[in-house]
Design a binder for this molecule. Sequence first.
Ligand code: ADP
Length: 284
Amino acid sequence: MLRVGLTGGMGAGKSTVADVFARCGAVIIDSDRIAREVVEPGTEGLAAVVAEFGESVLHEDGSLNRPALAAVAFATDESRQKLNSILHPRIGKRTAQLLGQSAPDAVVVQDIPLLVENGLAPLFHLVVIVDADVEVRVRRLVEHRGVDEADARVRIASQATLEQRRAVADVWLDNSGAPDIVARAAEVLWSDRIIPFERNVREHRAVAGESALTDQQVGRLAGRLNVALGGTGATIDGISVSVPESVTEGELDGRLSGAGFPNVDGAYRNADPALPVTIAVTRA
Ligand code: ADP
């Protein structure tokens, strides 16, 4: 399975690109949708919210009154944390369930508006960012989605900066032009990079060559290696890792290949066809 993280600022075109990937055959996991599902009427998630914040966060029909909840839950850091401690584990559990149901050869695209803000990038084999100029995004939100302009600007300003997004983006899809331009770019990305990447991960293969990496690319690979080797006592310095002898060869292979660094004839290689590189693994 290949996990792709899809994000971008509000109105950038995440849903538009997710639709293209869905047509290409991706399994889409929409985090906003899950966040709504876990507090639907009748869920124990909604019961937990009511137990914490009271009946005043409900509409008369028993469904969640989001503005009312926001007013009480976002009042203090403490109440915001309480709400997060109710929502996050439930969202995580449902996401894990959906991932668990996906086929071994699936490409799972997780559409996560706050992927950058929440530091989730290293969890994915590939992070795709959709972007458009702020003015273009504001106009689309106002014209197509009926969002209040001032509200759109405040929300956009509270999200990650362009620089923060650039740092985690393996792929940058510009959506300033017509919808078919970004759709075409997403289709090419799918066929030329995502499909072979998924196959490489599944079949423990990689393309030949060594890329000259930028500091940002090194940082992204190091982040993934950190997640893959978390808790093993390994030390990670860029794309060089030192792994304690206590970690068996089998465990090391399993952890690294799952993260997209299969053991190809004795060398751990990045399975991303667009970024061939060898990970230097030594034993401590
Ligand atoms: P996000 O999911 O990132 O918030 P959407 O994909 O919902 O963004 O796009 C925001 C709005 O802009 C939607 O109404 C969408 O139909 C429209 N939109 C997206 N891409 C384009 C484009 N290239 N040209 C014109 N409108 C677009």
